[in-house]
Design a protein around this ligand. Sequence first.
Ligand SMILES: NC(=O)c1ccc[n+]([C@@H]2O[C@H](COP(=O)([O-])OP(=O)(O)OC[C@H]3O[C@@H](n4cnc5c(N)ncnc54)[C@H](OP(=O)(O)O)[C@@H]3O)[C@@H](O)[C@H]2O)c1
Length: 311
Amino acid sequence: MRAIVVRKFGATPEVADMPMPEPGPGTVRVQLAAAGVNPFDQRMATGFLNDTLPHDFPMILGVDGAGAIDSLGSGVHRFAVGDRVVGKFRTPPAGHGSFAEYAVVPEDATLVPIPAGVPTAAAAALPTAGGTAQDLVDATGIRPGQTVLIVGATGGVGSFLVQLANIAGAHVIATARGAGADRMTRLGAAETVDYTAGPIGDQLAARYPDGIDILFDLVSPPTALTTLTALVRGGGTVYSTIGSADEDVLRARDIKGGNLESTARAPELARLLQRVADGDLVVPIDATVPLAEGPAVIGASGARGKTVLTI
Ligand SMILES: NC(=O)c1ccc[n+]([C@@H]2O[C@H](COP(=O)([O-])OP(=O)(O)OC[C@H]3O[C@@H](n4cnc5c(N)ncnc54)[C@H](OP(=O)(O)O)[C@@H]3O)[C@@H](O)[C@H]2O)c1
C-alpha cells in the first residue's frame, strides 16, 4: 500500500510502498479515504516524542483519518465491515499513522462512526484541531457575553475555536490578516485584529480598558504571551496550546488556565460530528491534496483552516 513515511527523524517525508497492515485481536483495519494534516505531523517526523514513545521505521505519518472499516480482528464487537469511521491513528508504537491507504487501530481507540450527511473528508479534518478547540472551550466554561481573544485564529484549531466560542455566546476577537478577516467574521468572530498592523496589545488596550475575559493563544512564544496576558483582567483565563504559559505568573495575577494538552477522545469527536451533521459547525477545509502530493504540505505554514489529504 502507498503511505507517506520518514525513514529517520528529521528526514523529508516521502511516498513509499509499505506492507499491508493486518488487524490483530481487538483491532480494526480502516481503508482510509481522507486524512487531516496538523502541525503535529511534522513534529512527529522530527522526533519530538522520541523520549516518550517507541517508534517504528519507516514511520508512517498522520494522526487524523477517516474511511471505512475493511477488516476486523478477533473479538471486535463495536464495529462492522463497511462502517464509515473517523479517528486518531496514534496508538503506540508510533509510525502506523493515517497518511496511508490502510491503518489498524484498536476498536477502543478514538474511533467513531461518521453520521450520515457528513462527508468523509470533513470528518477527517476534525479530530485533532476540532478536539483541541472543544477542549479549550470545555476547560474554560465560557459564559455568554464574555470577551474571548483568539491568537492564531485563522488555522485549523482557531477556525473551529472561533465557531465554538461564538456558539457558547462569547464576543469573539480573532487575529487575521488580509482576506482572512472576512473568513473569521463568517465563522462567527465579532471583531478581527490584524497582527501585522501593530502589536495586538496596543490595538486592543484602548478598545477594552477594563480588560478581556479570555485569551486562547495558539501561536505566541512565552515572551509574546506574557505581553498579551496583560490584556486579560484579573479572574480571567489564559490558555496556550504550545506550552508558552507560565502558570505561576498567571496565578500571581489571579488568572486561570495555563498550558493545554488536548485529551479529546471519542466522546468529544462524536459531539463535534453531531454539530457538523446538525449544520451548527462548519468544517473549514482550505485545500484537499492527493496523497502523492502530501509530502509538500506537511509542515507548511500560513494555514487557512484545514488541509486534507485524499487517499
Ligand atoms: N497542545 C495540544 O494538545 C495541541 C493540539 C493541537 C494543536 N496544537 C498546536 O497549536 C498550534 C496551532 O495549531 P493549528 O493546527 O491551528 O495550526 P495551523 O493550522 O498551522 O494554524 C496556525 C495559524 O496561526 C497563524 N499565525 C501564525 N503566526 C501568527 C501570529 N504571530 N499571530 C496570529 N496568527 C498567527 C497562521 O497563519 P499566518 O501565518 O498566515 O498568519 C495560521 O493560520 C500548533 O503549534 C499546534 O502544534 C497543540
